[in-house]
Design a protein around this ligand. Structure first.
Ligand SMILES: [Zn+2]
Length: 277
């Protein structure tokens, strides 16, 4: 029986060396998630890894089935989710290799299914009610604390807080867009942070974003702009320590039945109209 306590949305660099990884295929009312779930154990905690872009990284950010991904993680028991992702830095001091744990998010995506409460019937005939969750504070305060402490424990001083602006992609920003993002005071720019946090909240999951700066975004530097090659290079050179931080954070998360954060009551007792997985 597949079971997990914690979900990590990240690729094979995070789980490939774990002993006894079990691959589990999950289907959801929204179709299949990005890939199989890979279940393993870290510090006695059962963790489900889900490669966000699929193994081989074939799914661009705007084609990821975010609803299926969060649903699948919850269906195997995960109630707390860590979502590491690569971002561009919007301030000169946030250079490549910066780890920033955001506390705010701005959605600049355009065409993504981003709610479970869209009024459309599910395959089992149930119809979602109209429910509006609060996303004032989009990230789990407990998960953020665990992530920050884990980074400090590995001598990787993180940036505590900041705003992640999520763009549709897959192209990078123009200089004008990037300068505008900077002028708003936002911190980092990525392509996958939304709708993950919003969907997690709708399922009363704890969700924590850990962003790794792989480049300075177009407006924050004067060179040629972002290249995909540079992004991959910086990510690869940081994946080991990011994994260490993730695993330490996993170990520090509370037991699922001991959660007492705002995430656990996101629906405020309202009937979602369907059974949460
Ligand atoms: Zn929480």
């Amino acid at each position: 029986m597949a079971n997990a306590e914690i979900g990590v949305i990240g690729g094979s660099g995070f789980y490939s060396f774990l002993d006894d990884v079990t691959e589990v295929q999950i289907d959801t009312p929204y179709g299949p998630p990005s890939d199989s779930l890979f279940l393993g154990e870290i510090a006695g905690r059962r963790v489900a890894f889900l490669p966000r872009h699929g193994r081989g990284h074939h799914l661009p950010p705007h084609r990821i089935n975010y609803r299926a991904n969060l649903w699948a993680l919850r269906s195997v028991g995960a109630r707390q989710v860590l979502g590491p992702c690569a971002v561009g830095g919007l301030r000169a001091q946030y250079g490549p290799g910066t780890l920033l744990v955001p506390d705010q998010m701005v959605d600049r995506t355009k065409a993504r299914a981003q709610t479970y409460f869209d009024g459309l019937p599910l395959p089992d005939g149930s119809v979602p009610n109209v429910v509006h969750v609060s996303l004032a504070d989009p990230y789990c305060p407990v998960g953020r604390k665990a992530a920050l402490a884990a980074a400090r424990g590995r001598d990787w001083e993180p940036v505590d807080g900041g705003t992640l602006v999520v763009v549709e992609g897959p192209r990078f920003s123009t200089r004008a867009e990037s300068l505008w993002h900077q002028a708003q005071g936002w911190s980092v720019v990525g392509m996958t942070g939304h709708p993950e946090a919003a969907l997690a909240r709708e399922l009363e999951l704890c969700y924590t974003s850990l962003t790794l700066v792989t480049d300075l975004d177009a407006g924050a530097e004067t060179g040629q702009g972002v290249s995909h090659e540079d992004v991959l290079k910086v990510f690869a050179s940081n994946v080991d320590r990011l994994r260490d931080v993730l695993f330490d954070a996993v170990a520090a998360l509370p037991a699922n039945d001991a959660r007492d954060c705002l995430c656990t009551t996101a629906l405020g007792g309202m009937d979602p109209g369907f059974e949460l997985p």
